[in-house]
Design a protein around this ligand. Structure first.
Ligand code: PEP
Length: 253
């Protein structure tokens, strides 16, 4: 049985004070929740949010939104895997479409980060997804296949227990447009097939595949009803307790 995994990506939002306030609201509301939950505040708030989670023994995981590809050294502006682990991060989001498209991160760089994070014991959410023009020209599956296969190049099956894949069509991120549950399920099934071909049926059946792209309380239930959708990576709607809590508790809606 795959565990349902709901993650919130706060992107470049929230001062430390605002992050603490939101984390407190989530901790209080989600204490009884058995699903796997992660929140990824900005780097500046990680330490303080970790304290909030620890104070209340919360099982909400602390996530980071990115990580440098090197272990240490002269890399101005980068954050290392060791620094993330030091402040209690257990999951890192890599290959987010904003990193790929705004900051031009290529697949080989993302692959170096994925390898480093997994080898040091961090879980990884690897994001893949096509742009609107790629979908309209019928190459969505090729794009997703390339991003996925290049992203996990050279990684042994046994290391992939720490990997979650997030299918996030770029045209659905922050736009209010969501892939239909059927389209998302189809792409998730395609991704599962790629994992089976490259690794094994067992891994393809066990790997968690999140959907991301304008997930909100009004559409989460239909998305989560699909066989191949095991969770959600949520951007905008994770910034407020009143929208993130019902997404996490979609089965009670
Ligand atoms: C995201 O940033 O990963 C995302 C899916 O954003 P949003 O939910 O705002 O579309």
């Amino acid at each position: 049985m795959r565990k349902i995994f709901i993650a919130g990506n706060w992107k470049m939002h929230k001062t430390v004070g605002e992050a603490v306030e939101l984390a407190r609201e989530l901790v209080t509301a989600l204490t009884e929740e058995k699903k796997k939950i992660m929140i990824a505040p900005p780097f500046t708030a990680l330490n303080t949010v970790k304290e909030v989670l620890a104070e209340s023994n919360s099982n909400i995981l602390l996530g980071a939104q990115n990580m440098g590809p090197e272990e240490e050294g002269a890399h101005t502006g980068e954050i290392s895997v060791k620094m993330l682990k030091d402040v209690g991060v257990s999951v890192v989001i890599l290959g987010h479409s904003e990193r790929r498209h705004i900051y031009n991160e290529p697949d080989d760089l993302i692959n170096r980060k994925v390898k480093l994070a997994l080898s040091k014991g961090l879980e990884v959410i690897l994001c893949v997804g096509e742009t609107l023009s790629e979908r309209e020209s019928g190459i969505a599956e090729n794009v997703v296949e390339n991003q996925l296969i290049r992203g996990i190049e050279g990684i042994a099956e046994k290391q992939l227990s720490g990997l979650t894949i997030a299918y996030e069509p770029v045209w659905a991120i922050g736009t209010g447009k969501t892939a239909t549950p059927e389209d998302a399920d189809k792409m998730h099934g395609f991704i599962r097939g790629l994992i089976e071909k490259k690794y094994s049926k067992k891994l393809s059946e066990n790997i968690t595949i999140q959907y991301g792209g304008s997930v909100k309380p009004g559409n989460v239930k239909d998305l989560m009803a699909k066989d191949n959708i095991d969770g959600a990576l949520v951007g905008g709607a994770s910034l407020k307790a009143e929208t993130f809590i019902p997404i996490v508790r979609y089965d009670k809606l």
